[in-house]
Design a protein around this ligand. Sequence first.
Ligand code: PAF
Length: 281
Amino acid sequence: MKIVNNIKELKGYLAQERQKNRKIGLVPTMGALHNGHISLVKRCGKDNDVCVVSVFVNPTQFNNKTDLVTYPRTLDKDCALLESAGCNYVFAPSEQEMYPEPDVRKFDFGTVSSVMEGAYRPGHFNGVAQVVSKLFYIVEPDNAYFGEKDFQQVAVIRAMVKQLNIPVLINACPIIREADGLALSSRNVRLTPEQRQKAPLIARTLKESTNFVPEKSVQEVKEYVINTINADPVMRVEYYEIVDGNTMNAINSWSDTTYPVGCITVYCGDVRLIDNIKYNK
Ligand code: PAF
């Protein structure tokens, strides 16, 4: 496995791989890797001849500067995990390498990027589109892999490659959970023992709510989820929306979509956790 910090050097290696007709896969990450990321890397290795993993804490997608400063940075540990997961190239650029000058591009993907995370974290998806488009231009992957925990992010990236005509196949991979249901996230390490013990309530409540569909209305299911989680004093639901899983448009009735997905953000203490659930009607 090669660890590369420089764009020109990485492009040189990948040009050689392409000359040998090798299929290239990319897993973009911000490091602090866990088994959720590793599942993406393994899938990438299975589908492609060459697996590239980027590790870059992208400053332009943080609307909260404290979040950027406190974001865990564990490159040595990440590289050890990546090596054993079969990664071929780790691309770990500096901020200067990725943004030699400020990226002033402003994207607009309509509803897909303006609701939920888009509304609560202004500028977040613009920053994601900036960095992921740069990574796609640098690596020119055949396939790219993203976790479905960030359900809306996957929709934004699909919209971005369509808008920019970037020839890459976006692969969405299932959420990986702890045994008690908590979705794996780099932020979980910030939970206190008490918060960690409470956090599985999110996944448990989402799962329970699937039993009420379609008998209960969309509004009733939303209220059930929000009230059940908020009943715990450690938890505060920021939003819970049930949306069309392709457009991110909120639905009012189960008949509004064939693909209803519930997307939630919860503060567990001061740790912001996100999760989602697919409903079968
Ligand atoms: O999901 C993430 O970790 C980040 O948003 C991504 C896609 C690596 C872009 O920085």
